[in-house]
Design a protein around this ligand. Structure first.
Ligand SMILES: [Zn+2]
Length: 478
């Protein structure tokens, strides 16, 4: 059987989380606004209005380019891409064409099987978004709110080899964009849009066959599904001797199907020329080195360091570096605890993340400090509180803003490790449950857990569970 491989390149449009749009003072984020309420003469293309570039857009583009190991250009230009569409009031989009802010670059993407795929970056540039059109009751409606929203367009080389690899690349890109505070990268809100170029070839060949382009996919799982479908379609077409044409395909999330849209324009159709209303973007060397001076450690590097430095399993390291404030919190807690980092990781993964997920928070918003978490683990280590009480302190400290020690004192949560106190409660429980005592003595050993539970309950959750079990085993022998 012939083996095939897929050749995939991804074109992503990243909406930047700047305060304002790229060439005017309108807010960049108008997701919740009524249509056509967040516009001005510049972004709606009224004659006589002039664009002025937003410095924050340039900064974010430079930071992303640096993270992508790209070559930052100290001089770049904006161009006009001319086309007619109702959501583009100016009749052209301001973008960067042949002299963009960065060239080249790559991202090393870890794959679930442990391998790494180096994905080359072919192009990275700044541009403005267009508006939106939608059909409603037989009418075509246009919303210009999104006109002028700042975007970075980033195009990979043809380096991705499967639908899963495409999904992994997007997962890592989204993580990076949030880590560097470049974009909220919420695909449902179109902050991160991905088009995929897909072709196939017989494995081992080096030719590039005709590719198709998949558009309008608004989730990472959607990209995975759409690319998988298209690879299968092309293989089938190839095997039945059909010619694969350079179609543009539209992904329908509801039916999970691809539909042919239109044949693709060629670049010449856009009649690009240098934007006459804007000067060159000149990056001052001093400004540039200041901007990149204390560049943060990136998530994939931190993930590797967590494995090496703290001896964490890959699984833990992956989750703890999924978000920047979470990884900062972990490191601060390990430093404050001073003991086994894996023990801190277990508390983070099981209990801290549970609270964060329940409340929809990031670690940065926790009122329990990293030092406070270390204190809780120490209280459990020292048998001052038992493990269930320790776990409950996480939520209590977050809700009250008090330190774990304060809560233990004010609520009297210190563990009862007094043998005679536990013995008294155990005797009462045994006396009150003669049936279960009989069953236990008759060989139903598993009932010991039930007895421990009863004593724990009677003690208000404060009894030392290990001591309780030992006392019960002794008394139940009879
Ligand atoms: Zn505007």
């Amino acid at each position: 059987m012939t083996e095939y491989e897929a050749i995939i390149g991804l074109e992503t449009h990243i909406q930047l989380n700047t305060e304002t749009k790229i060439f005017c003072g309108c807010k960049a984020d108008s997701w919740d606004d009524a249509p056509n309420t967040n516009i001005c003469p510049v972004c709606s293309g009224l004659p006589g209005s002039l664009p002025a570039p937003n410095r924050a857009v340039v900064e974010k583009a430079v930071r992303l380019a640096h993270a992508m190991n790209a070559d930052i250009q100290t001089e770049s230009y904006f161009d006009r891409k001319n086309y007619f569409y109702p959501d583009l009031p100016k009749g052209y989009q301001i973008t960067q064409y042949d002299k963009s802010i960065a060239r080249g670059g790559h991202m090393d993407v870890p794959m679930p099987d442990g391998s790494t795929r180096r994905v080359g970056i072919h192009k990275l540039h700044m541009e403005e978004d267009a508006g939106k059109t939608r059909n409603e009751k037989g009418r075509r409606l246009i919303d210009f709110n999104r006109c002028g929203v700042p975007l970075i367009e980033m195009v990979t080389g043809p380096d991705i080899r499967s639908a899963d690899e495409a999904a992994e690349y997007l997962i890592r890109l989204r993580q990076l964009l949030r880590w560097l505070d470049i974009s909220e990268a919420d695909m449902e809100k179109a902050h991160l849009r991905a088009d995929a170029n897909v072709s196939i070839r017989v494995k081992g060949e080096t030719v590039f066959n005709t590719k198709t382009e998949i558009k309008n996919v608004n989730s990472i799982e959607g990209v995975r599904a759409a690319v998988e479908k298209e690879i299968a379609r092309q293989i089938q077409a190839y095997e039945s001797g059909e010619k694969i044409e350079a179609w543009t395909l539209d992904w329908d999330e509801n039916t999970q199907t691809l539909r042919k849209m239109r044949s693709k324009e060629t670049e010449a159709d856009y009649r690009y020329f240098k934007e006459p209303d804007l000067l060159a973007v000149h990056l001052d060397e001093e400004w540039l080195s200041g901007l990149l001076a204390d560049f943060p450690e990136l998530p994939l590097a931190r993930r590797l360091r967590f494995i090496e430095q703290y001896g964490l399993p890959e699984y833990d390291a992956n989750i703890l570096t999924s978000e920047r404030s979470l990884s900062d919190y972990f490191e601060a807690a390990v430093a404050a605890y001073g003991g086994d980092a894996k023990r801190v990781s277990n508390w983070m993964m099981n209990d801290v993340l549970k609270l964060l997920n329940e409340r929809g928070l990031e670690a940065g918003a926790l009122k329990l400090t990293a030092e406070g978490l270390a204190d809780i683990i120490k209280l459990v280590d020292a048998n001052t509180v038992n493990t269930p009480t320790g776990k409950s302190l996480i939520e209590k400290a977050h809700d009250s803003g008090k330190t774990p020690q304060e809560i233990v004192e004010s609520e009297g949560l210190a563990q009862v490790s007094d043998d005679s106190a536990i013995r008294d409660i155990a005797r009462q429980v045994i006396a009150a449950n003669p049936d279960n005592v009989e069953k236990y003595r008759g060989g139903k050993d598993s009932l010991i857990g039930w007895f421990v539970g009863q004593v724990m309950r009677e003690s208000g959750g404060k009894a030392d569970p290990n001591m309780t079990r030992a006392v019960l085993e002794e008394l139940l022998k009879g």
